[in-house]
Design a protein around this ligand. Structure first.
Ligand SMILES: [Fe+2]
Length: 202
């Protein structure tokens, strides 16, 4: 059993440095900023602010293709760090802003095994995610893997300067041998995602 699996089993979460490369993190952060800019040019920005957990943030969506494909790519590392065989469920992305807050919460069953990856930020400030009363400070490409439907997690109000931004992607999985396997590809919540099965299993 490797050190990540030991920590994950003991704590219910594990911090993984360089989960993705810093360059990949930066690239995806730039993609999010470009995506946001594009919605402003097209006049559709308001459609991307509707986040029930965090107000005044930009969301590139549930199941954005670039992040769903990253979720598939990183499945092997999720399995290595948890010691579990997994099915992907869905991805979600936020471009956080100064003043944002994520209340203490647990997530739905599709988030049984979750990872939150820091893509990058605008610098000079680091905004931690809290796991079981421990602040986790992430650098570009670092991640926390955690039991999303069991562990309370949150972010205190973001104290970054005016204009501070941070890109974060959440990728969710379920244990192939666990109680939530019926949520694979998030088909319970979004039945059209059954069409993704061939993609995720190819
Ligand atoms: Fe959450």
């Amino acid at each position: 059993m490797n050190e990540y699996v030991k920590a994950f089993q003991k704590q219910g979460y594990v911090l993984v440095r360089n989960f993705i490369s810093k360059e990949m993190g930066k690239h995806l952060f730039e993609y999010l900023k470009l995506y946001e800019y594009d919605t402003k040019l097209k006049g559709t920005y308001h459609e991307f602010e509707k986040d029930v957990q965090v107000s005044n943030t930009f969301v590139a969506g549930h199941g954005n293709m670039i992040f769903d494909s990253l979720m598939k790519t990183m499945k092997y590392k999720m399995e290595y760090c948890t010691g579990l065989d997994l099915f992907p469920t869905y991805s979600y992305t936020r471009l956080y802003k100064s003043g944002n807050e994520l209340k203490r919460h647990k997530d739905r069953p599709s988030c049984e095994i979750s990872v939150t990856v820091k893509l990058s930020d605008s610098g000079w400030y680091n905004w931690p995610i809290w796991m079981v009363n421990t602040p986790c400070y992430l650098n570009d490409g670092d991640a926390v893997i955690y039991r999303g439907n069991e562990l309370e997690h949150w972010r205190e109000p973001c104290g970054g300067y005016d204009g501070y931004q941070m890109g974060q992607v959440f990728m969710h999985y379920v244990d192939k041998n666990g109680p939530y396997v019926e949520h694979k590809y998030d088909i319970k919540m979004y039945p059209p995602r059954i069409a993704m099965e061939n993609f995720f299993e190819s």
